[in-house]
Design a binder for this molecule. Structure first.
Ligand code: 3IO
Length: 341
């Protein structure tokens, strides 16, 4: 009697759990879900490096229940269509630079005001905090997985820019808040995503760009831009977003794993960026003989002094759109002080 019931139980167990396994039928617990993750720049750049890191973390922490297919280089969605592509479900996940649609992401783009964010780690944590504090409506149609920023931007150029007089009329590429800064310095600012910049530089459409310096190595800009002016002025903000239906379809424990990863991922990306900028500077000097032009204290003060109207103007504009411009700026200042300790 006892023997039989053990056998019966073993048979029932086999039918329920073991046989489906051999037949390739998944039970609820072992079912694996594959998600597509789109990114706009080429694979060696930092938005894609952080994408691969996030993929690895999620696959490991979910024991393979979630698989991520990554699409760098705009192969699934491009720079400007990223947000709408994810909303429409053309990709489950997308990494976007908010500077490419400055009117769309008013609150979070405020981290691109000249407020003195010292590095990417600080910028990334400030941006994520800002998002959590204000939960801007511009992200209502997606799930935000993380946010981060570039390192502060400097000028990479085919000719030397040593003074404010040198920059007048030079064709330089930048987007969003960084673009406003170039214009006030007197450059001929040209807007385009980073992914379009290598071709523009090669064709001579632009003489240089204003962004973080790791691209000197990752996109080989050191081959064309033999001069860098170390302005360290403004960061570019990024968001990683997920299609809402995809998010709702995920198991609770997976959602928890992804939520718990948000801040860790922001910090990791900031750290990676900050150390990679140092690598890229050393590499550009050694391999391509790039000259890095440092501005002394007096010049730095001069370059920064002309920027103050930008913040004032942004506050007026944000208020008109119904945001609390002044409060947002002072929140950012407080968050910078907290995170750069
Ligand atoms: C950036 C964008 C794509 C790949 C590498 C990058 N490094 C800094 C940025 C910031 C940015 O979006 C831009 O357009 O300068």
């Amino acid at each position: 009697m006892k023997k039989l019931s053990v056998l019966t139980m073993a048979a029932v167990f086999a039918v329920l759990f073991v046989m489906p396994y051999f037949l390739g039928v998944s039970t609820g617990q072992t079912k694996s879900v594959t998600l597509n993750y789109a990114n706009f720049p080429p694979a060696p750049t930092f938005p894609c490096v952080q994408m691969e890191r996030w993929k690895k973390q999620v696959e490991k922490k979910t024991n393979g229940r979630i698989k991520i297919n990554t699409f760098p280089g705009g192969t699934l969605l491009g720079a400007k269509g990223m947000m709408d592509g994810v909303i429409a479900g053309q990709a489950d996940i997308g990494c976007l630079c908010m500077a490419y649609q400055p009117g769309r992401f008013t609150v979070t783009n405020a981290v691109s005001l000249p407020l003195g964010i010292p590095d990417s780690e600080t910028g990334s944590l400030v941006l994520l905090d800002l998002y959590k504090k204000y939960k801007p409506v511009s992200f209502n149609k997606v799930k935000v997985l993380t946010m981060f920023t570039s390192a502060p931007a400097s000028i990479m150029c085919k000719k030397p820019v040593r003074t404010l007089a040198d920059i007048k009329g030079v064709d330089l590429r930048a987007s969003g808040g960084a673009a406003a800064i170039l214009r006030i310095w007197g450059a001929n600012q040209i807007g385009m995503p980073m992914s379009a910049t290598p071709e523009a530089l090669q064709k001579g459409v632009v003489q240089g760009l204003f962004s973080s310096l790791e691209v000197m190595k990752d996109l080989k800009f050191a081959e064309d831009c033999k001069f860098v002016t170390m302005t360290n002025t403004v960061v570019y903000p990024f968001a990683v977003v997920m299609n809402l239906n995809t998010w709702k379809s995920l198991p609770e424990n997976t959602k928890k794993i992804m939520d718990n990863l948000a801040e860790d991922q922001a910090e990791w990306t900031g750290n990676y960026m900050d150390s990679h900028v140092k690598d890229a500077i050393a590499w550009s000097k050694k391999v391509h003989g790039v000259e890095f032009i440092k501005l002394d204290k007096k010049s730095t003060a001069k370059w920064n002094a002309v920027l103050s109207p930008i913040v004032e103007k942004w506050i007026v504009k944000a208020d008109k759109k119904g945001f609390k411009g002044k409060e947002i700026v002072s929140s950012i200042k407080t968050m910078i002080a907290e995170h750069s300790k």
